[in-house]
Design a protein around this ligand. Structure first.
Ligand code: BG6
Length: 510
């Protein structure tokens, strides 16, 4: 990946003069009838086709238990595209995509279905020109991974020929803890090389997340301040207004920490804290992220430095909402947390002593994801009667979503005869600065997987290091305490506020 190519190759992600475009290939989607496929994956594939980023030879095969023929499948794909795509429906694009649709009916453990899949893949190579390049997207519960991988291998579907490739794309959760993450990885590793495994953390596909790297490493003005000498603490928040909806089957027993902190928030932390990578290659990027993840340390006293909660019944946005324990499919005695917060330290010279506070939750005050770097107060302020002591803490906020952009908070003089200083903000807004819309995270990640570009996919070592951090917290919660109820529309349980108050700080209200 790292050497210079003498001649431009249309499918070579290194050549920035050419569009990042997928070569002729096929994608087999397991879990096609699931919510994720319907609302995100199929629309993303359509949007990529509409933007000319997939080859005309691209083929999409659905694999599911439904007793569908090709027409039923076509109708299902079309309706998902019409309902959820980002770009307008275009009949020509649809015809191009529809001509490459195939459907294989069967359960995940039916060996005959995989024989039919192998025939379909061979037929696509012949009729459509997919050239032996195929990716298998497992948007299915991880308990099925061993069975699917084994059957793919038994039918030679993991075997590449010549320069062709075979890849597997997997969705989280990558296990429930460190031990199960390793087992899962061993299972996938029996059928596919690590370099052919693409683990999706969809936060890494978000433009604003990639912008963390641009802000830090394409400028000179931020990096000198990005260290313990100037930074007081960092807050990383991923808050949602929604409850668990119809996802009880997935969510119960998983909870907020496994669902969001293990992957999205620890990845955001790693990008915020890491050193500059030597190059923008998977190896360099992963090496720097891994160093940070290995340098993470939990405080000893988990009782006062972590918090977990469960949303109670109440009112949110003018509507009455159910409590977590009343949601369909959730056992009345469930201890699954819907809110989780942690304090972590990064034991490196750059970050010594700087707390990183992470929090995530459902049914909170607002849907917002942000990284707030809160700077130390000025050591001395020479203006008497100023309000600086009350405010006066510079903050740089990377707004991941919604309202993507960045805000800098700093003190400015209040107009008038007195020397009064108040906090003001300066905003960069993606929507105002650029005419192009940001692509959906899944568009970027599906395209990258088909192109074979791995920087935005976490390596197994990152997954394991993240579990290593989380395991003691999950064990502690399981052994000691039930999650504390919190009101819908609030900013989480009291224990989360107490956790920061003990450090003389408060959570930001975004
Ligand atoms: C997923 C979690 O990874 O991210 C969900 O499993 C969560 O629980 C979702 O709702 C949020 O994604 P986004 O892109 O809307 O922030």
């Amino acid at each position: 990946m790292e050497s210079e190519s003498p001649t431009p190759d249309l499918h070579d992600p290194r050549d920035r003069r050419l569009p990042h475009m997928a070569p002729p290939c096929g994608l087999v989607l397991f879990g096609i009838t699931g919510d994720l496929a319907r609302k995100k994956l199929l629309p993303a594939i359509y949007d990529l086709t509409n933007r000319g980023l997939l080859s005309p030879a691209f083929a999409l095969t659905g694999f599911a238990r439904r007793d569908w023929d090709r027409e039923d499948f076509e109708e299902f794909v079309r309706s998902s595209i019409e309902n959820y795509s980002r770009t307008d429906f275009n009949e020509r694009t649809w015809q191009q995509l529809a001509s490459g649709l195939r459907f294989v009916s069967g359960s995940f453990d039916d060996p005959d279905a995989y024989k039919r899949l192998a025939e379909t893949v061979a037929e696509l190579d012949q009729s459509r020109g997919t050239g032996g390049n195929h990716a298998f997207y497992l948007s299915i519960p991880p308990r099925w991974f061993p069975v699917v991988c084994q059957n793919l291998a038994d039918n030679g579907l993991n075997q590449r020929e010549g320069n062709a490739w075979r890849r597997v794309i997997i969705e989280k959760p990558f296990g429930q803890d460190l031990a199960s993450a390793r087992e899962l990885s061993d299972v996938v590793g029996k059928a596919f090389d690590e370099s052919d495994v693409f683990r999706i953390d969809h936060y890494l596909g978000k433009e604003t997340v990639q912008n963390i790297l641009a802000i830090r490493f394409a400028n000179t003005m931020f990096e000198p301040l990005w260290k313990a000498n100037y930074v007081d603490h960092v807050q990383i928040t991923m808050a949602e207004e929604i409850g668990i909806g119809t996802r009880a089957g997935y969510y119960d027993g998983i909870g907020a920490a496994r669902d969001v902190i293990q992957n999205h928030l620890l990845q955001l932390l790693a990008l915020t804290a890491m050193e500059e990578p030597v190059r923008f290659t998977p190896e360099s990027l992963r090496a720097e992220k891994e160093k940070i993840l290995s340098a993470l340390r939990l405080p000893e006293d988990l009782a006062s430095t972590t918090a977990h909660g469960q949303y109670a019944a109440g009112w949110q946005g003018g509507a009455e909402v159910k409590g977590f324990l009343d949601e369909d499919g959730i056992p009345a005695e469930s201890h699954t947390e819907t809110y989780a917060a942690l304090k972590l330290f990064v034991d490196t010279r750059r970050w010594a002593g700087v707390p990183f506070y992470l929090r995530t939750g459902k049914r909170l005050g607002k849907r917002v994801t942000e990284i707030a770097v809160v700077f130390k107060r000025a050591a001395h302020v020479p203006f008497e009667n100023s309000d600086v002591a009350e405010s006066g803490q510079n903050v740089l906020v990377i707004r991941v979503q919604p309202d993507e952009g960045m805000t800098i908070k700093f003190g400015a003089k209040v107009p008038g005869t007195e020397m009064q200083v108040r906090d003001v903000t300066m905003d960069f807004n993606y929507g105002h600065a650029f005419t192009e819309d940001s692509p959906e995270a899944y568009e970027r990640l599906i395209l990258d997987a088909l192109v074979g570009s791995a920087p935005l996919f976490p390596h197994q070592r990152e997954v394991e290091l993240s579990w290593q951090i989380l395991d003691p917290v999950l064990r502690y919660w399981a052994e000691r305490s039930a999650p504390e109820p919190y009101k819908p529309g609030s900013w989480g349980p009291d224990s989360a506020h107490d956790m920061l108050a003990r450090d003389g700080r408060t959570w930001r209200i975004p």
